[in-house]
Design a binder for this molecule. Structure first.
Ligand code: AHM
Ligand code: MG
Length: 335
């Protein structure tokens, strides 16, 4: 067994961000500091999760319902607050917007200089929380445009190509951080004894095709016929395997590494599906495209969708180029 963290060149996350930008410009310094803060939030959340079953008041529901109409878990609230408090100290972020907050959260003391906004889903796959199964956090960083003096955050209602950085933290057997700043996709594993995310793979490329399809087939009769037809095609074609964990960060991570397709289509009742654009589908779309894959609503690239509101939802079909194209062809041509 060789210990990669003993490697002479072991690269930490903040060093990696600077290397990617190959400069010590103010922007590079900012992005490095921002990624460092996201990493700190990830460490705090991972630490709490790793002992959750041993502590009082960590698991279970709060009794509240969030802006999305979903029951809130104690871990959702904890993780949401962790991101706020680590970014309060960063000086760089004026606003944060998350799945758990109806309106953006402003940090007034940062706003005169804080040119960035953090968009995040503090806990992806909340239903896995109480079962000791994989969970994630999703993040994106955008430049704030204009002063946003009326606190309406209208400049956030732009397409996903405006994202400066995006990625996820996967809380699995180990804690991983996978990110892009538009220069490829890179993964890190948290070494708990060092308290550092150490580079494990650079420039990850998603295979053009994979055997995994990942979708909640319990929704079969709620989907449009075109999605049902695609699933029937998968069932009668040899070589596909279903994998669905309830946390898309972990399902999409598997697909990033092994190839395949993840789908959360709209239903007849909710044509926009479940997942939210600004802090779920757009960050993952940016990352998967950077790895050579694709992400679409079925009709247009996720990165081209301009939201009308902060918590706008989109259908999501994401993964290997060929597999996404196959689903698209069922949606657009019926076969
Ligand atoms: P969450 O952020 O509230 O946990 O919702 C997102 C999650 C995804 O991780 C997962 O793929 C999906 O919702 C599961 O939903 P469903 O139970 O409808 O399949
Ligand atoms: Mg979510």
């Amino acid at each position: 067994i060789t210990d990669k963290s003993l490697d002479r060149d072991c690269t930490t996350l903040s060093r990696h961000v600077l290397q990617q930008l190959q400069s010590f410009s103010p922007d590079a310094q900012d992005l490095s500091a921002l990624m460092n803060r996201i990493a700190l939030a990830g460490k705090l959340v991972a630490r709490r999760m790793s002992r959750a079953g041993l502590m009082e008041g960590v698991l279970g529901f709060t009794g509240e319902v969030n802006v999305q109409g979903e029951s809130v878990k104690k871990m959702d609230v904890y993780a949401n607050d962790v991101f706020i408090s680590v970014f309060k100290q960063s000086g760089l972020v004026c606003r944060l917007a998350s799945e758990e907050m109806e309106k953006p959260y402003y940090i007034p003391e940062n706003c005169p200089i804080g040119r960035y906004t953090l968009l995040y889903d503090p806990i992806d796959g909340s239903s896995n929380t109480d079962n000791n199964l994989s969970l994630g956090s999703i993040f994106a960083i955008r430049q704030q445009e204009g002063t946003d003096s009326d606190h309406k955050a209208a400049d956030l209602l732009t397409n996903g190509r405006k994202q400066l950085a995006a990625g996820y933290i996967l809380y699995g057997p180990s804690t991983m951080l996978v990110y892009t700043i538009g220069k490829g996709v890179h993964s890190f594993v948290l070494d708990p004894s060092l308290g550092e995310f150490i580079l494990t793979e650079e420039n990850i490329r998603i295979p053009n095709h994979g055997s995994v399809y990942s979708v909640n087939e319990g929704n079969f009769w709620q989907w449009e016929e075109s999605i049902r037809e695609y699933i029937r095609y998968v069932h009668r074609t040899e070589g596909y395997s279903a994998r669905y964990s309830g946390a898309m960060v972990s399902d999409i991570h598997r697909i990033l590494v092994q190839g395949g397709v993840f789908l959360y289509p709209g239903t007849i009742q909710n044509p926009e599906g479940k997942l939210r654009l600004l802090y779920e589908t757009a960050p993952l779309a940016f990352l998967i495209e950077q790895a050579g894959g694709r992400a679409t609503t079925g009709l247009m690239d996720i990165l081209d969708v301009v939201p009308k509101k902060l918590h706008q939802r989109t259908p999501l079909i994401i993964g290997s180029k060929e597999d996404v194209a196959k689903v698209e062809s069922f949606i657009q041509n019926g076969h």
